[in-house]
Design a binder for this molecule. Structure first.
Ligand code: MIC
Ligand code: SF4
Length: 654
């Protein structure tokens, strides 16, 4: 039962309902929320629809960090909407340029022992500060802001025992890459990873946050470190020592599973295209010519990362064939490297400095050239995500990135003969709070008018689940489909996040450009639904609810897959799409594009907890499906989605 672990203690102190037994449905109180602009506009539209006067959390922060190209009115319209909504409802606002939500939250707001729900899959970054931080769809974050608890199945708590000491040139990034190598992108589904052992004493809070950040790539619910003296020193340097509480695992804490990593045996690792779990030692892929290198993203662009990268670059030049960029994770990190001279070192070495934002990580600028090789300190390298469909993106530590930038090819950094450098944490960080807007007092807030530019379109309304679904297979996809496949981001599509009608034109755009046309044709035949067939770990990656909302708008009513990723599974339910799982995985082959399907008596069967039979009318075969849904999720599905469910609950109360 994992009693006595850090994760268990925090969940226990926030438990609203349920038992902390793996697999049981629990509800936990949420202390803090965060949103970012790409998921935030929808989240706040949904929050507004809930009719609450002011956020009910201890702290809610709205960050603007994803959509910042501002090629026309769309992004700035969204920013203005977000700024006015924040003022109206008692929410902190982090202006564009202040940095990436996870990095800034860690610096300025994360608190040991608290819970955080964020509309971004890398919210677990704050687990580096000893908090339970979970990524979710915007609608669930909106509910948390309205004071609702967060529902989930109690995960298993896996202890990751870090033994020994990291050798030089091996860093926090290599620890999480090693876990990805061992467990794969679906190895963490239904699990919380809790780190312990003497190895954690060597890791500063931002380094711990690199590990908890990329736990998202394991599919984990979240990851967490204890709150110890290292946490305290970091908070002191942030001028927030009063936020510190000690939270250590009990000496007899029992984990549901234990994984051991001997740090002294690790070496520099790299994730090869196109998956974060395609991990090999750097030495195995040496010699590959490199076109671009970038240090940034919420995984590895803290002050520690940037300072060490600069020290390694001192007196050296970026290879003439390489374009090297640095995107500091926060304004605070940028201020620090300005003060300590690291910024000048980057400039002298020939680096290009990008804004403190997500930027290239989500295909917002700095795309690689055709077929180009890009080495990045990021967390995701899904095909096409960089903006260049045939680019080859590798993921590695900032230190490996620097080595590749100098050598012009992939190289084990230990071969360059550069001495390793240690980075001391500063006694005091420049807080850099100038780009925050504080919440207004309640009376003043009530007078604020919300700005809605023409890019903000109202949410479409959805009907309840029919008794039976009559439909057609409109798409068949393989294993590990990401939300980037389903609802791509990037400079062209991301600005449409506040307009479901426009963005739904791009569903599965790069996988099958005809999908939208086909889906609409099926949707527009009266009473017909689209059904998608998928493989393992369907919907891995981001928390973007647009990957459920837009398909729902196109008439998708069910996805039948071998297994699902956690956040996407929840998003499907929240937008009224039934996630069904094959009882026998080999049945995946019993479908072809265009097959006519009937799912009879669906509503009753869900309510009665019975297996679902899908009849393939084209072949005459019957396929048995199961589902992994809590009672609450079933009632949400029946209503056609979470918003309908909330509205009907309010209606009953009235
Ligand atoms: C991502 O890294 O894919 C994103 C962009 O941050 C997403 C959120 C989004 O799609 O807006 C995430 O990780 O949840
Ligand atoms: Fe931004 Fe990339 Fe982090 Fe997502 S993974 S929050 S896009 S930096």
């Amino acid at each position: 039962m994992a009693k006595g672990t850090v994760a268990y203690k925090i969940l226990e102190s926030h438990l609203v309902s349920g038992k902390l037994i793996p697999g049981e449905e629990i509800a936990i109180k949420i202390d803090q929320t965060l949103t970012q602009d790409a998921t935030g506009t929808m989240a706040y539209l949904q929050f507004e629809a809930m009719g609450v006067d002011r956020v009910k959390t201890e702290l809610s922060v709205s960050y603007i960090d994803h959509n910042m190209l501002q090629t026309d009115y769309k992004n700035p319209d969204d920013h203005k909407y977000l700024m006015s909504v924040a003022k109206r409802y008692g929410i902190w606002l982090s202006k564009p340029g202040n940095g990436i939500c996870h990095q800034v939250h860690l610096e300025r707001f994360a608190k040991p022992g608290k819970t955080l729900l964020g509309s971004d899959s890398h919210t677990p970054t704050a687990g580096g500060m000893g908090m339970i931080a979970i990524g979710a769809g915007g609608l669930e974050v909106a509910s948390a802001m309205a004071g609702e608890p967060f529902y989930m199945k109690m995960p298993k708590i896996v202890g990751v025992h870090l033994k020994g000491k990291l050798p030089d040139w091996v860093t926090a990034k290599d620890i999480i890459l090693e876990l990805l190598r061992r467990l794969t992108v679906k190895g963490g589904v239904g699990k919380i990873f809790e780190y312990f052992g003497e190895g954690i004493k060597e890791l500063s809070v931002p380094e711990r946050a690199t590990i908890t950040n990329m736990g998202a790539e394991l599919g984990a619910t979240t990851s967490i470190f204890p709150s110890d003296e290292i946490t305290r020193a970091y908070l002191r340097a942030q001028g927030r020592e009063e936020d510190w509480v000690e939270i250590l695992p009990d000496p007899d804490a029992e984990y549901d599973e234990i994984i051991e990593i001997d740090l002294s045996q690790l070496e520099p690792l790299i994730a090869c295209p196109h998956s974060p779990d395609n991990v090999v030692p750097v030495r195995e892929v040496e010699g590959i010519k490199v076109d671009q290198v970038v240090i940034g993203s919420c995984t590895n662009s803290s002050f520690v990362d940037l300072t060490r990268a600069a020290k390694l670059l001192e007196g050296r030049k970026v290879h003439p064939d390489v374009i090297f960029a640095v995107a500091p994770g926060s304004k605070q990190a940028l201020e620090l490297i300005t003060q300590n001279g690291a910024l000048l070192t980057f400039l002298k070495a020939g680096a290009r400095i990008l804004e403190s934002a997500c930027g290239p990580c989500i295909g917002m600028g700095f795309a690689p050239p055709s077929g180009g090789v890009s080495i990045r300190s990021f967390n995701r390298n899904f095909e096409g995500r960089s903006g260049t469909p045939d680019a080859k993106v590798y993921l590695a530590s900032p230190e490996v990135c620097v080595a590749c930038a100098i050598a012009g090819e992939i190289i084990d950094p230990r071969k360059l003969g550069i001495p390793w450098v240690k980075v001391e944490m500063p006694e005091r960080f420049p807080y850099g709070d100038e780009a925050f807007i504080e919440p207004l007092p309640e009376e003043e807030a009530k007078k604020v008018e919300i700005y809605r530019g023409p890019n903000i379109k109202p949410l479409p309304e959805f009907d309840e689940l029919p008794e039976s679904i009559e439909g057609e297979v409109s798409l068949i996809v393989g294993d590990n489909i990401t939300t980037d496949h389903i609802m791509p981001a990037g400079a062209k599509i991301l600005p449409l996040r506040s307009n479901i009608y426009a963005i739904s034109e791009y569903v599965y755009h790069y996988v099958d450009p005809d999908f939208v046309k086909r889906a609409k044709e099926i949707r527009d035949k009266k009473g017909k639904a689209n059904i998608i067939v998928g493989g393992e770990n369907y919907g891995q990656g981001s928390s973007r609810e647009h990957a459920a909302l837009a398909p729902r708008f196109l008439g998708v009513r069910a996805v039948i897959a071998k297994s699902f990723a956690r956040i996407h599974h929840a998003n499907l339910v929240n937008f009224g799409i039934v996630p069904l799982e094959f009882k026998h995985k080999e049945d995946y082959h019993k479908f072809s594009l265009g097959d006519e399907l009937l799912i009879p008596d669906l509503k009753n069967r869900l309510q009665e907890g019975k297996e679902i039979v899908v009849i393939n009318k084209t072949t005459g075969e019957e396929i048995v499906c199961t589902y992994n849904l809590t009672p609450k999720q079933i009632s949400v599905l029946l209503k056609g989605g979470l918003l309908n469910w909330i509205k009907s609950k309010q209606g009953v109360k009235a």
